[in-house]
Ligand binder design. Sequence first.
Ligand SMILES: Nc1ncnc2c1ncn2[C@@H]1O[C@H](COP(=O)(O)OP(=O)(O)OP(=O)(O)O)[C@@H](O)[C@H]1O
Length: 308
Amino acid sequence: MTPPGDAAVELDALVKRYGERRAVDGLSLRAARGAVTALLGPNGAGKTTTIEICEGFRRADSGTVRVLGRDPAADGRELRPRVGVMPQSGGVPGTARAGEFLRLVASFHATPLDPAALLERLGLTEHARTPFRRMSGGQQQRLSLAVAVIGRPELVFLDEPTTGLDPQARHATWELIEELRAAGAAVVLTTHNMDEAERLSDHVAIVDHGRLVAEGAPAELTGAERQLRFRARPGLGLEELLSALPAGSAAKESPAGHYLIEADVRPELLATVTAWCASHGVLTEDLRIERRTLEDVFLELTGRELRS
Ligand SMILES: Nc1ncnc2c1ncn2[C@@H]1O[C@H](COP(=O)(O)OP(=O)(O)OP(=O)(O)O)[C@@H](O)[C@H]1O
């Protein structure tokens, strides 16, 4: 499915090899202006490599990349003032002081945000004179975010912008991202936090082994299907319960005492489950009907095995 709006990033059949390994393996996707696009995938799926190719830091082996209609490998000079970049770590010299560095970056842009106001928003005013290498991990990340957005970019790449941030900083980051989108910028981010992706993104692309495995709006990916969850004593006879449910239903207990029923959730289904529990003297707790989450979909598509 195509994301809404004009494309700020267009990738077609992108391939990047590191020796024998194909880190990116024929990836095609688009990121729209005025929208947040989340690139999701397990560790090593090729997200950072893809973003670094878009930023012009790496060259693809084959395929095409258009960033704001240009080739990032050839047109870096033209793209640099229009594109904000927040790398996964670093991006600021270790000896640079937060305030001075942000003012310097602002001076390269025609209509930058006010550096002092941005430092304040991100809770960094007290650290304005602190060298980057002496800042905590979360403070460094906030400064990297400030550097990425200070120039009012048309397109911004944020590689795991909220990993390791405290809740306050995470909310401040979400607000900034929403403002960028409202100002018409294209935001491309990676995250391992599926709740964050679901909450923030207009469009989600799930990649695995360098390939696109699914894309769409979060609601399109999670679908309209509902499921029933409840807690009860461990070891209920799920085979027997299943025989009372419509064909095609599934039931599992994981972890012990936590039950999930995947079925066409209608009032009759709820009645059958609660009647079955009552007839077995089982008191259900936390009984709830919910939609599948993006995390459910992500695990279904990419599996549960750890990645090397
Ligand atoms: N410079 C490099 N040289 C060799 N292999 C690399 C290099 N950079 C990345 N890789 C490999 O390419 C694959 C994709 O890495 P990449 O960093 O793009 O994944 P990612 O999806 O961003 O992962 P994570 O979620 O852990 O950040 C991995 O197997 C990684 O080991």
